[in-house]
Ligand binder design. Structure first.
Ligand code: 475
Length: 792
């Protein structure tokens, strides 16, 4: 390893050891690790090729992968070797790990799920490709200026990306606009502009290196030949067109989580990566098949939400226009290949494209969408329409073009059946299935939490990393004082590390003995960070009034970004920062309560915070959080959850036991009913002196003395349009928090409850989720050989 690192330092970085920076060392280490991936990778590709096994294609606008050094080294079993090699070279492994940029090619849950799935597909030995966009700028960097969020461009690609292999030879021409000619029953699309999609491959090696898949990300390049022709003709505008489009198309990730941007460039991004991926997989298929009708036996294509839903029409277009398959048959074949995952019921997230826009950007696809609509109406008269008024509804398109549609938790899947797709579900009663989300235990316990991971391995061996249900054996330890002490000591160690980091990065001193209460996720009204900060103020009031009463000291930690155009979410951020400033400066409560909000929450920060959490905040309005996956990461790392009956919280509570979970709040059904009660929020506020006081303080400017009216709008909304029922759940949330305080005061009991969480979270491994997709949707098998290696 030492030789390999030095070799890359010299030959790849062009540096000698004496003049190398931590960046050079990091790139050299990454390249040395990448070298070790290649054999596993080739072996897997060869095996798939020889066996002719069915391949899975996971199409996603987002892959929120984060840093890769530690995960790669861990999966290859090279952590110790790397550490030793670097130590002998006088370098610090930890410092090198910290040098890596966090690849934020995603917004939140949907993108991180795709990254966890890539790890599980490889760990299970399922032949698969992830397809996405190689954004030049990932999710924006967040700073706070006087407590307000300020965004700046993220620049992970301004340095060398050591993990990827550029594939300039893999190129597809992607067309936009123009017109369609029909003659002799054939359609010919003449695009008005084209760009080239070129591939960059990142190998993804599973646990123990048993299998390797590819994450193929597309980058847009101008079409040089075409340019020259136009240029020589004197058509300079046309010559520049491909260049201008190519410059923008893979430039930046849309920062809107669970909202549809509705922008033309977004549609172009979606078509760009989807078309390149479909062309690529067809090319691979046709290299060893000569009958396109065999396609469904060879490929399973999963659509991560509707963002790649144009895959249906694109596949049909290629079959009809280039392979002479009749339209109706092409639609049927495409459907057999496609699966669609729904990630949210929020109406603002459901993609709809104006017919005029779609017809202008993708004229042939609009014709095909009309043909799909006709086919559906002919077979199922009265079926919900894809084209409604002047819009194309991508949810309906994805549903109709998929043979399976899945929700991401049991509750969410029920709601999908009862609400957005109720009518389609009646027509196609077997199409909707549930695949409850999961998380990869490699990153979310094994690598991010060394103290707990080592303790668990000491106790039950290492098998749990590849087979998380083995954690169940820890249930026997919940009465063993020695083990519980060790379990608490691991948590304590993580909390001390986090306290050091917070002291250093936020200049706030926190006590590792206090309860660490953490809410990290995108800022959204439905996730109710607002309710959390209101409860924080109420608690502070009571502590300040009676500082000598029996209190459980707490540190409230927040993390998360708001979409740049989401005004209310940005106000909530401002309020949290304003409240933090006031509370953290109160001499009376200084040993009882602190509020911390480190800026720029990302995967790397999650890896620091989650292992140190005592309490996990999962407090969304019931019926709104499709699943949540952060909830799983916390519980796996031995935090207790305070949560509503929403998303996967329901299933987590069933697995860890209701006595080890702090439940509060209205149910999804009660939420719907309550909204019909006239004046429900005003009534809830008036019935709660505690909440009335808090809202009064904010309204008067206690937390914004320089601008007392800053939150008048926010407070007004709570009185009159409290759509997310913050006011209705407030008292039950506050009371439950006081129960949490009481339980925390008994450390032995708390530790036993926390252990029950860790021990019973095995089911939430994304390995289990992927096995579900493989069985219910893809009809592919995990390699038996790999399975034996994993669990052995
Ligand atoms: C859910 N993102 C979580 C997670 O299933 C769930 C939408 C439109 C444009 C850009 N991003 C989006 C989402 O819809 C999203 O992240 N949804 C989340 O998917 C994985 O655990 O409850 O909110």
């Amino acid at each position: 390893m030492k030789e390999e690192i030095l070799k890359h330092l010299r030959n790849s970085q062009g540096k000698d050891a004496a003049h190398s920076s931590v960046y050079d060392w990091r790139v050299a280490l990454s390249l040395a690790l990448r070298d070790r991936m290649v054999d596993h990778w080739f072996r897997s590709t060869r095996e798939t090729y020889e066996s002719g096994a069915k391949r899975v294609y996971y199409l996603s606008m987002e892959f929120l992968i984060g840093r890769l050094v530690e995960d790669t080294a861990a999966n290859l079993g090279l952590v110790q070797e790397a550490k030793t090699a670097l130590a002998e070279l006088g370098q610090d492994y930890e410092a090198i790990v910290l040098n890596e940029p966090d690849a934020a090619l995603g917004n939140g849950g949907l993108g991180r799920l795709a990254a966890c799935f890539m790890d599980s597909l490889a760990s299970l030995g399922i032949p698969a490709y992830g397809y996405g966009i190689r954004y030049e700028h990932g999710l924006f960097k967040q700073d706070f200026v006087d407590g307000s969020q300020v965004e700046t461009a993220e620049t992970w690609l301004s340095q060398r990306n050591a993990w990827e292999f550029a594939r300039p030879e893999v190129q597809f021409r992607i067309g936009f606009g123009g017109h369609v000619e029909h003659h002799e029953g054939k359609a010919h699309w003449h695009p008005w502009e084209t760009v080239l999609a070129t591939a960059y491959d990142t190998p993804v090696i599973g646990w123990k290196g048993s299998w390797g898949n590819t994450l193929r990300l597309w980058s847009a390049k101008p079409e040089a030949k075409f340019d020259l022709k136009s240029f020589n003709r004197g058509d300079y505008l046309a010559a520049g067109r491909s260049e201008a489009l190519a410059r923008t198309i893979s430039r930046v990730l849309y920062p809107d989580d669970t909202t549809d941007a509705g922008k033309e460039l977004r549609l172009k991004q979606e078509y760009f990566f989807t078309a390149a991926s479909i062309m690529d997989l067809l090319r691979r298929f046709l290299s060893d098949h000569d009958n396109i009708r065999e396609l469904p036996n060879a490929v399973a294509i999963q659509l991560n939400d509707t963002h790649p839903a144009i895959a249906g029409p694109e596949l049909v277009r290629l079959m009809v226009d280039e392979h002479d398959v009749p339209m109706a048959e092409a639609i049927g074949l495409a459907r057999q290949c496609l699966g669609y995952t729904n990630h949210t019921l929020l109406p603002e997230a459901l993609e709809r494209w104006h017919i005029g826009l779609l017809g202008r950007v993708l004229p042939r696809h609009l014709e095909i969408i009309r043909a799909i609509e006709d086919d559906q109406q002919a077979k199922h008269p009265g079926s919900p329409r894809i084209l409604e008024q002047d819009h194309v509804r991508m949810g309906e398109l994805a549903f109709i073009m998929a043979h399976k549609v899945n929700g991401v938790s049991a509750l969410h899947t029920d709601l999908v059946k009862e609400t957005v797709f109720a009518d389609l579900n009646r027509i196609h009663p077997k199409r909707i299935v549930n695949e409850t989300n999961g998380i990869t235990p490699r990153r979310w316990l094994h690598t991010c939490n060394a103290p707990l991971s080592e303790l668990v391995t000491q106790e039950i061996g290492e098998g749990w990393v590849g087979d998380l249900e083995q954690l169940k054996a820890l249930n026997q330890k919940s009465g063993d004082r020695t083990f519980l002490d060790a379990f608490s000591a691991a948590k304590r160690q993580n909390k001390e590390q986090l306290a050091d980091w917070i002291a250093q990065s936020c200049d706030i001193q926190i006590d590792p003995a206090a309860m660490f209460d953490i809410q990290i996720k995108r800022i959204h009204e439905y996730k109710r960070q607002l309710m959390n900060i209101l409860e924080t103020i109420a608690l502070w009031n009571e502590m300040h009034d009676a500082p000598n009463a029996e209190w459980t000291p707490r540190v409230k930690i927040f993390g998360g970004k708001a979409a740049p155009g989401y005004h209310v979410a940005k106000q909530i951020i401002h309020l949290i920062n304003d409240v933090a400033r006031v509370i953290n400066n109160d001499r009376v409560t200084k040993d009882l309560l602190k509020v911390v909000y480190p800026p720029n929450y990302n995967v790397t920060m999650a890896e620091r915070l989650i292992p140190a959490a005592d309490l996990s905040e999962q407090i969304s309005t019931a019926g709104k959080e499709a699943s949540g996956t952060g909830n799983m990461k916390f519980a796996l790392n031995g935090a207790l959850t305070i949560g509503t009956l929403d998303g996967a919280n329901v299933e987590i509570r069933e697995h860890v036991g209701s006595e080890n979970f702090f439940l509060f709040g209205l149910t999804a059904q009660e939420v719907v009913e309550r909204r019909h009660v006239h004046g429900f929020s005003r009534a809830a506020i008036e019935a709660s002196p505690r909440l009335t006081r808090v809202l009064g303080q904010i309204f008067e400017g206690v937390f914004s003395p320089s601008d007392p009216s800053r939150y008048h709008g926010l407070i007004g909304t709570l009185y009159d349009h409290d759509y997310f029922l913050v006011t209705c759940d407030f008292d039950s949330y506050f009371d439950t928090q006081r129960r949490v305080d009481e339980v925390y005061r008994n450390p032995q009991n708390w530790a036993a409850m926390a252990l029950r969480n860790t021990a019973n979270m095995g089911w939430f491994s994304s390995d289990r989720t992927i096995k579900g997709y493989a069985r219910d949707i893809w009809q592919v098998n995990a390699s038996e050989k790999v399975r034996l290696e994993l669990t052995g």
